[in-house]
Structure formats: C-alpha cells, structure tokens
Ligand binder design. Structure first.
Ligand code: KG4
Ligand code: ZN
Length: 332
C-alpha cells in the first residue's frame, strides 16, 4: 500500500512515499535554515516556510519515487504534538489531497512516528519492546507492548535531551540546532574532564536535564576566552557523557525490569554517536538486542510518519477528516 507521508510539526518540511510501512521510495527533507539566526524556531516563520515549500517538496518526492499521484493509496500526516501553525500546514495539505482523490487519511502522532522509524527498518524487531524516544521536544522511556499499546515509564520533568544539547551548544557558541555540533566537537575531548551532575541517575525512570545545562553554563562562563577555546572539546565531551550516562543507565534498568529482549532508540538525539556506542555496549552486556534508526530517520522526516500511518491504518482504519492539529497530543 503506497503511503504518502507529510511531516511539518516543527522546522522540517518533509514528504515521503513509503510502500507498506517498510520500503522507502523517497523521503525528501528540507530543514529550515532561517531559524539559525534567531537561535531557535520561530513558529510563525516556520509556518510561512512550510506554506512556501510543501508543494515543491511534494513534487520532488513524487519525482524521486518515480510515482504518479494516482498510485498513492493512503495519506498520512503528523497531527501533533508540535507547533500548531506548522502542523496545520501539513495536515491541511494532506486532508485536501486525500479528500480530492478519495483516499483514506490518517492523522499521526509525531512520537509514534519516531518509534515507527525502527519498525520501518527492522522487520525482525519484537512487537513487545522497550523504546527510548529522545528528541528536541521530548524524552520518553516507553514500554511498547504491541503496536499502539504503550506504557510510558518515564519522561523528562524539565528540558528534553535534545533541548539540553541545543542550549549547551548555544552557551558554547556552536549555533542552532547544536546536537550534531556537540557530538562532532566531543569526539576530540575527554569525557572525564569535568564531572557534571547526573540528575536522578539511580532513581526511577524520570529524567531531568535543566540542572546539567545550568552547571555547564556556570562552568563555561567562569573561563577566559582562551580557556574556553582550549577546553571546548573536553567540556562538550563531559556534558555529552553526563546526558548519555543517564539515558543509558535508565534504559538498561527498564529493559531488565520489563523483561523485554529488544530495545530501540529514536528521535534526533538517537543520531548521537556516543549514545549509540555506549547503549550498544551496555545492552549487549545485559543480554538485550539493540536497534536504532539510520541517521536520516532519527531527526524529523516524513518516512517515519508514512510508516506509522500505515501501521495505524492497518490496526484501526482511517481518521475522520474533522480532526484538528493537537499541539500537546499525548502518546497513550
Ligand atoms: O526529532 P527531532 O528532529 O525533532 C524533534 O521532534 O524535536 O530532534 C531534534 C533534536 C535537536 O535538539 C538536535 O540538537 C538533536 O535532535 N540532535 C542531536 C544530534 N543530532 C540531532 N543531539 C545529539 N547528537 C546528535 N548527533
Ligand atoms: Zn521529532
């Protein structure tokens, strides 16, 4: 079943064509560079950019997939969580497309989209598994009992993991978004250079990254310009290690407690090289299998939305056209 996927929940305009939730025919992603100069996403600017680019991106996705619009059998779009203006652009486009062509339409939860990136690529993954979703807006440890049956074990009480990366990158003058820049810089640094705090490391499944961000800020601002230059890689590595340490500790513990055999990570921070390496090492030692998405499926993209939309459609049929964008849509 050829599914058209649309993602516009934040600052990526993305359109994809995916066959039966597993085979990517095209996945065009445009990251809106304009927000860099503001140091964060400006919702109104993002909405306008989506309006400008959604049709050209759709055409490019058709062209790359060598598909005719008449071949599309299902339309899926992110309905939340996300920024309401940007969500409405993709959702309206998708609903219009489905209505005009008399196709079934599915509204997709963006977080279900992230976790579906693994379903898309790993046909072998056990239905019952544990997943860590780590993005710019969310940090969630979820026991997936089967598709669409979720128990949220923990989430962040303040900043999301990606948000912490972005704030620390901003403090260190590395631009926005800064996760990938910190990852790169940390490769030449010593993760034991500064012992930054690891909040609630041994307690439960909740996360907190706001104190860590403050600790990095206080440390950084005490340094002279020259010291900042000399120590940047070590500080980036120490910060990254503190985040990774907590994410891995809780995920491994949850994997043991839920007795799953399979564990996945997804979301933008799942692209982090240190998280992938340490998680793989620790889960292997715990006797668990570990899966993570390809780089292009970690950060926001429409292929994961098409996959999630297809699995949702198979499970519970189409979504009513009357649904609206829901900025705080929960996963459960
Ligand atoms: O999933 P995503 O594209 O958007 C949301 O749904 O929020 O995630 C974006 C986040 C940003 O905070 C970005 O800094 C972070 O993912 N990110 C990374 C890396 N690549 C992207 N964080 C750490 N290491 C990376 N390599
Ligand atoms: Zn996302």
């Amino acid at each position: 079943m050829l599914t058209l996927g649309i993602e516009t929940s934040c600052d990526e305009t993305s359109v994809a064509l995916v066959d039966s939730g597993r085979e990517i025919r095209s996945n065009v992603i445009l990251s809106q560079a304009i927000h860099g100069k503001f140091g964060g996403v400006v919702p109104e600017v993002a909405s306008r950019e989506h309006v400008k680019t959604i049709i050209p991106i759709y055409r490019q996705a058709l062209e790359e997939a060598k598909v005719d619009p008449a071949d599309i059998q299902l339309v899926a779009a992110t309905m939340g969580p996300g920024l309401v203006g940007p969500l409405l652009v993709g959702l309206s486009f998708a609903k219009g497309m489905a209505w005009a062509r008399d196709l079934p339409f599915v509204g997709v939860n963006h977080m279900e989209g992230h976790l579906a990136a693994n379903l898309l690529e790993q046909p072998d993954l056990d239905d019952n598994h544990l997943t860590l979703i780590v993005s710019g807006g969310h940090t969630m440890l979820v026991h997936v009992k089967s598709f669409a049956e979720y128990e949220i074990l923990g989430r962040t009480v303040d900043d999301a993991a990606g948000e912490a990366f972005d704030k620390v990158a901003k403090i260190m003058g590395l631009g926005y978004p800064g996760g990938a820049a910190i990852d790169k810089l940390a490769k030449g640094g010593d993760p034991r250079f500064v012992a930054f705090p690891r909040a609630m490391r041994k307690d439960g499944y909740q996360f907190s990254f706001s104190g860590l961000k403050t600790a990095v800020s206080l440390h950084w601002n005490k340094l002279s310009g020259e010291e900042q230059q000399q120590q940047a890689a070590d500080i980036a590595a120490s910060f990254q290690d503190a985040v990774v340490d907590v994410l891995v500790e809780k995920t491994v513990r949850a994997a043991m407690d839920t007795r799953v055999t399979d564990v996945t990570i997804s979301g933008g921070v799942a692209a982090n090289s240190r998280l992938r390496t340490v998680m793989a090492e620790k889960l292997k030692r715990a006797g668990k299998r570990f899966f993570y998405p390809s780089m292009s499926l970690c950060t926001d993209n429409a292929a994961m939305i098409a996959a999630a939309g297809y699995f949702r459609y198979k499970k519970s049929g189409p979504t009513e056209f009357v649904i609206d964008a829901v900025p705080y849509l929960p996963l459960e």
